[in-house]
Design a protein around this ligand. Structure first.
Ligand SMILES: [Zn+2]
Length: 152
């Protein structure tokens, strides 16, 4: 996996000069690079609120490449019910795209920043308490200990 950071939009990256996206996007089987907006990331001196495109796109990448190529049936059998639960429990808005729920949950799980940081799936503990089924799926692929990432 190759991650390329940009500051304004993805057209700054030579490989994606004709496709401009402000946040970034996941690579697919035909791409070698995953472009991500560096301004939207949290690191010392750059506290960004609302999301993390690196973890978000990494979740899409896992789904689009790893889970697809390994035919991860458990993931694909489980995810639709989890998306329905996210809507029913009002963890995400009814209008939130179904294909984004997993990526947003992974973002919140990995960042573990709390409600001041993110409005949905705000922390590892929130996911464990309010959407334990999503916690179970997420911990199938990610460690249960908090990530060593920038803390507020
Ligand atoms: Zn997404």
């Amino acid at each position: 996996m190759c991650t390329t950071l940009f500051k304004n939009n993805s057209c700054e990256v030579p490989e994606f000069s004709t496709y401009c996206d402000e946040g970034g996007f996941a690579m697919s089987e035909t791409d070698a690079t995953m472009p991500v907006n560096s301004i939207w990331l949290c690191y010392p001196g750059n506290k960004n609120i609302g999301g993390n495109p690196l973890y978000h796109e990494m979740a899409h990448l896992l789904q689009q490449i790893i889970f697809e190529s390994t035919s991860d049936h458990q993931f694909y059998q489980t995810l639709p019910d989890l998306v329905d639960q996210a809507y029913e429990r009002q963890i995400v808005s009814r209008y939130f795209p179904a294909g984004e729920v997993w990526a947003v949950a992974v973002e919140g799980y990995m960042m573990d920043g709390g409600v001041d940081y993110k409005s949905s799936y705000s922390s590892l503990q929130m996911i464990k308490n309010e959407h334990p089924e999503m916690y179970d799926l997420t911990t199938r692929y990610f460690p249960t200990s908090p990530a060593d990432y920038w803390q507020f």
